[in-house]
Ligand binder design. Structure first.
Ligand code: ZN
Length: 465
């Protein structure tokens, strides 16, 4: 009798190729077989998945768990706990940190911290700030250390991560194309944004809507237009982060049709929240791009359905309740960013699949397959198949629940989705054969993984045997 470590029985497999019934046989860290009847296998552990759907482990390609950071507002362990509870087995961590990841040395230090603290598997973005702050050698060095992609800001965000001007953008695109790495952009136009902020200041505006009015969708559309023109010129694979502008998405759709190498992501906050929520939540809804009016939100949904948007990410940021509260008097005092890694997968499932009828195959492509492909992790990641890592999210598709901060496992205990009704609940998360989250346990014990059990994933991991 063949011997398995774990068998997940009686569940329904949901993958890009379709939906079917099978038992999953796990040996070591990998899926050894998908079979109609695993009763002939011996197993160390048998998990009954009756009534549950088995999805490829979710991948969040945009997190800010922020190590190293002496303040430790999040960290790879606590952020990973939130990710695991949200059905995610891999995240791709952004280069914002102290220091920003801009050299091979910074990158190696961050990799060491992953190996020490991570709970889910982690790939790493590398920061691109362009000449003269950075050389071609720095970019090549980070690529050599296994960076998943480069990331730049087109509008100034923080003094620690300067924006690239058009010349620097063009230069990084040429280097990224040469190194064959994707290049992710925070695409807002620097000058239009500065002008919008000035207009609000001169008008004495500090109310929540002043934030949205300072950076309307056009600020994004113009930046995306520039990025697409340069991508066509350089042949660089460009990825537009957190798109929240229907005009930008129309340009991306047209560029894709012309053969420009471009992918796009959006986030649940641009699909589930709007400017009414910005007024209601104040600083707790301040993010960049800003939340949009409902008409814009409705228009963005069309691009989820037509395939222009390739992935859904959280853009999870770890700001404290106190710092977000500072937006009550003056919205511009609240830092930019929302908590969201734990709600990403179930909230998108509920809104896209249950409410709007997004095909399941497309849902798993956006949550797992597409990010795995983009960051060189496919087919070992993002793929529930024989030979792949046994990363599996067990979802109860019919369970309805209400988002409450009491459930939150990441470090900063707030969520902009408090009180939202969600259909579809993550009941267990399996990462490389190990249960790292089990909803039947209580409180913090629901996360079962040790810090450091997560693995650093270099670009190209997907092809390793
Ligand atoms: Zn971000």
């Amino acid at each position: 009798m063949a011997r398995a470590d774990v068998i997940i029985e009686n569940g329904t497999i949901v993958i890009e190729g379709g939906v079917f019934t099978a038992d999953v046989v796990i040996v070591g860290e990998r899926i050894a077989a998908l079979t109609l009847d695993a009763s002939t296998w011996q197993a160390g552990e048998r998990i009954d998945a009756s009534g549950l759907w088995l999805l490829p482990g979710g991948i969040d390609a945009h997190t800010h768990f922020e190590e190293p950071d002496p303040r430790m507002l999040e960290g790879f362990a606590s952020g990973g706990a939130g990710a695991a509870a949200g059905g995610l087995t891999t995240v791709v961590e952004m280069p914002q940190a102290h220091p920003t990841t801009t050299t091979a040395e910074h990158f190696r230090e961050k990799r060491r911290l992953v190996e020490q603290n991570a709970i889910v598997d982690m790939a790493l973005w590398a920061g691109a700030i362009g000449l003269p702050g950075q050389t071609a050698c720095d970019l090549a060095g980070m690529a050599g250390e296994g960076a998943a992609a480069f990331k730049s800001f087109m509008a100034s965000s923080s003094p620690f991560f300067p924006a690239v001007d058009h010349g620097q953008l063009m230069w990084v695109m040429r280097e990224a194309a040469r190194l064959d790495l994707p290049y992710g952009l925070h695409a807002e136009d620097h000058q239009l944004l500065a002008d919008g902020l000035n207009r609000m200041r001169e008008a004495g505006r500090t109310d929540p809507l002043a934030h949205a009015e300072s950076r309307p969708p056009l600020v994004e559309t113009i930046a995306v237009n520039t990025a697409l023109l340069l991508a066509a010129e350089t042949g660089c694979q460009v990825h537009i982060c957190h798109v929240a502008s229907a005009g930008a998405l129309r340009l991306i759709r047209e560029a894709k049709a012309r053969g420009v190498r471009v992918t796009a992501e959006t986030c649940p906050q641009y699909l589930m929240l709007n400017t009414d929520d910005l007024v209601r939540l104040g600083g707790f809804a301040r993010c960049a791009p800003a939340l949009r009016e409902q008409a814009e939100v409705d228009a963005i949904w069309e691009y989820v359905f037509d395939g222009t948007i390739d992935l859904i990410t959280s853009d999870h940021c770890p700001y404290t309740i106190e710092s977000k509260r500072a937006g009550r008097e003056d919205i511009f005092q609240a830092p930019l960013g929302l908590a969201g890694v734990q709600t990403l997968l179930p909230s998108f499932f509920s809104e896209a699949v249950v409410k709007r009828g997004l095909p399941l195959e497309r849902f798993v492509a956006m949550m797992a397959g597409n990010p795995a492909r983009l960051f060189g992790l496919f087919p070992r990641k993002g793929n529930l198949a024989v030979g792949a890592d046994a990363d599996i999210t067990l979802l109860d598709p019919a369970a309805t629940w209400t988002v409450t901060v009491d459930d939150v496992l990441h470090k900063q205990k707030w969520t902009p989705y408090e009180g939202k009704e969600i259909t579809g609940r993550v009941v267990r998360t399996v990462r490389r054969g190990e249960t790292i989250f089990d909803d039947t346990r209580k409180g913090d014990d629901r996360v079962a993984a040790a810090p450091g059990s997560g693995r650093f994933l270099k670009r190209g991991y997907g092809d390793t045997t």
